[in-house]
Design a protein around this ligand. Sequence first.
Ligand code: M6R
Length: 610
Amino acid sequence: MCGIVGYVGGREAAGVILDGLGRLEYRGYDSAGLAVKGFGSDGKLRAVKRAGKLSVLRDAVAAGLPAGCVGLGHTRWATHGRPNDVNAHPHLSEDGRLAVIHNGIIENYVELREELAGRGHVFVSETDTEVLVHLMEEAYEATSHDLATAVRACLARVSGAYALVVAHAEHDALVAARNTSPLVIGLGSQENYLASDVPALLPYTRDVIYLLDGDVAELGRDGVVITNLQGVPQARETNRVEWDAEAAEKGGYEHYMLKEIYEQPTVLQNTLFGRFTHGGLDVELGLDLDPTTIDRVVITAAGTASYAGEVGRTLLRRLARLDTVVEVASEFRYSEPVVDERTLCIVVSQSGETIDTLEAMREAKRRGARTLAILNAKGSSISREADDVLYIHAGPEIGVASTKAYLGMVAAFALLSFWFARERGYMDDDAAREYVRALRELPGQVERVLQVREHVAQIAEQIKGARSSLFLGRGINAATALEGALKLKEISYVHAEAYPMGEMKHGPIALVDRDLPVVAVATNSPLYDKTVSNLQEVRARDGRLVVVADEDDTKIGQHAEFVIPVPRTLELLSPVVNVVPLQLLAYEVARALGRDIDQPRNLAKSVTVE
Ligand code: M6R
């Protein structure tokens, strides 16, 4: 969730950049930097970068802004490499004449780094971004100093997500490129701008061009040229931004929650990609943990994070054959937990500040357990005390109802259980290949699920009057039902209860009548036939069935009033795609009821009291 600002024109670039980066503050960050050059100069770029908040960078240049009318700046939300001065962007070439800022993840950076180091390139940072600098430096020489061609040549070698901007001491222009991560050009008179988000541009211009995937743009003072990766010119329309600053922060979405739901493909890329090694057969999580020292796992967390833990439990049990339990954090500390030095206590938290979760982790530590935290926010209390931390890189989550953090947490468990499975010898190479292939498909699949929003809105219109509802799922998707019910309760204030589907006949089925919406997950699983029988039991009692099903399941429609199709994936990864329509359903019901979606009553984003 890095922030990007670029400028070419008649003003002092550093001032524009610092101002623009400040307007992207809501994205959160852990370091910042900029590089500028004067027109016509062919000396070095003047670069300053600092770990910490933007104010640290501002202080560093307080004595005098680096002069120059071409520049780029960046606020970093660390994914690869710690948040320190060296890992901050921009990254400069070895001769100091080329600077790159980047948002996204270069997936094949490990191989590229080895290749470049083999040719004598010296790496100074721990980032994936730095491979871009060295590749461009080589390409720049090979293309007779044609910067845009050098950028295209570099990108031909790269796989992954990026929004990047490049400056070179010999050029009075910036070159930018986009694949997956957003990038927008701001058009001025005798000046042009770049930004990862519209708010950075609003004080200067409202005429913008949204770059599309595969675009490479050259920005001079007098104009902009856009080509594709092959250098073929592309026509892009100019849009007029009508948003005010607050709407712009939401990226034009009506609510932060909706924006965050739509950010989920990017979150999955951030969490999953750039970590695979050995041709995708293994994963590098950067943990100090020795898997041979662990016999048992206890997962503890609160609310949505605990439901991600429920998914994690099934993954760890089924993939890695690890004895795993989940305990709600508020109870854990008082339950005389049975943990010892061969227990791994995994705590899960978006904020890293939830007091129940923090205290549960402390209790586990007191009893000798090793601790691992799956977290979003950096520098939080939990991050400082856990033995190991696995970050989900979801970026700041502002909506009180957690959505993108949940998906990131589930994705982190998908990686962690894969790592344990491989380390413990429970997954052979063929199974690993299939699993990683399915993981790689998830961002695109979630992108497709997001297209069901209109259909889900129509269902919401039909069920919004219900006073109560039931959410059902089996196996690993029992957790999906729990999370779907919690989302509906939190933001619509409609009562919702979740049950493992097989339990329905032991009591809750008494609730079923024609007024009760029953939301069920029925995607592929060894229990699919039993699931269909359970659906028929609801149908036979006139329950209003809303079923999440594989899009190629042609028969499920006969058992349901409404079907929400989702792309088929492995059963164990299906919670990732299945939860998205339930987030949208909760959102649309709450919207139809006129609720305060981003700040629902009685709730706080981070609960720091017991
Ligand atoms: O910051 P955390 O992940 O530790 O927060 C835990 C819960 O308070 C949180 O998930 C809560 O349940 C959300 N409101 C769910 O949408």
